[in-house]
Design a protein around this ligand. Structure first.
Ligand code: F6R
Length: 243
């Protein structure tokens, strides 16, 4: 596992962007796995800047997002489709048809999960970008007795609902369920790029790097069995976690 410590969020976002730009420049039709939330916002800004400067071309890139809230359609400002379009896809030259995000308004979520798996099974994600929840979740694979391998419907934990309330007007508006890529699909990626900053993520990163345990109760710890993981953290985390 490669660990990169950056001075701050800005440096972390730049570093993450460099890794993705290098891949897309070497492989124009790279398949990228994207996350939402606060962590990758700076990364997307850096990628947009690189695109505007002509340093990267996303026209042949395909993407898969980790997750989507159940009950929100793409026009809802808190949906992940809206987030990706507004913060990234609409500002680069990716073909929107090649950007896959589970449909949170699907009438049959089980079929939606199976269709997403079907799409994923035909591709290999070159780089999967991950953030991590305060409780160690990746995607919306929440801590529990077991984790599910394929795309599935996950009930969000109280910790996740509280953390994500900042993206909604009221905490009551946060959906209780989401569709998430499963652990097997995440682990199948050629490379995983995990980004984490700020004190909220100390527990999860410390568990990943120092617990010597792999536990479904801290899903991020599963990354210890992946052969190509880069973890980018800021100094706030690095100061508190043995590296
Ligand atoms: C989002 C996702 C989540 C977030 C995690 C951290 O697509 O899959 O696992 O990466 O909840 O969120 P932030 O970055 O907002 O702290």
């Amino acid at each position: 596992m490669e660990i990169i410590v950056c001075k701050n969020y800005e440096e972390m976002s730049k570093k993450g962007a460099e890794i993705i730009i290098e891949k897309v420049n070497e492989k124009r039709n790279a398949v990228l796995g994207f996350a939402t939330g606060a962590t990758p916002l700076g990364l997307y800004k850096e990628l947009i800047k690189a695109y505007e400067e002509g340093r990267v071309d996303f026209s042949q890139t395909e993407s898969f997002n980790l997750d989507e809230y159940i009950g929100l359609d793409g026009s809802h400002e808190a949906s992940y489709r809206y987030y990706m379009d507004n913060n990234f896809f609409d500002k680069i030259n990716i073909n929107k048809k090649n950007t896959h995000i589970p449909d949170g308004k699907s009438l049959n979520v089980d079929i939606e999960c199976r269709n997403y798996d079907e799409l994923l099974s035909k591709k290999t994600i070159d780089i999967q970008v991950l953030g991590v929840g305060k409780n160690g979740h990746i995607g919306f694979n929440e801590p529990g007795e077991y984790l599910i391998s394929n795309t599935n419907v996950e009930e969000l934990s109280e910790s996740t609902i509280n953390a994500n309330a900042r993206f909604f007007d009221n905490i009551e508006d946060v959906p209780n369920f989401a569709i998430t890529m499963g652990i097997a699909s995440i682990m199948k990626a050629e490379k995983i790029l995990l980004m984490a900053n700020g004190s909220d993520k100390i527990y999860a990163i410390d568990y990943l790097l120092n617990s010597k345990k792999i536990s479904t109760k801290v899903p991020v710890s599963l990354l210890n069995v992946h052969k190509n993981v880069t973890v980018i953290i800021d100094e706030i985390i690095a100061d508190k976690v043995k590296i």
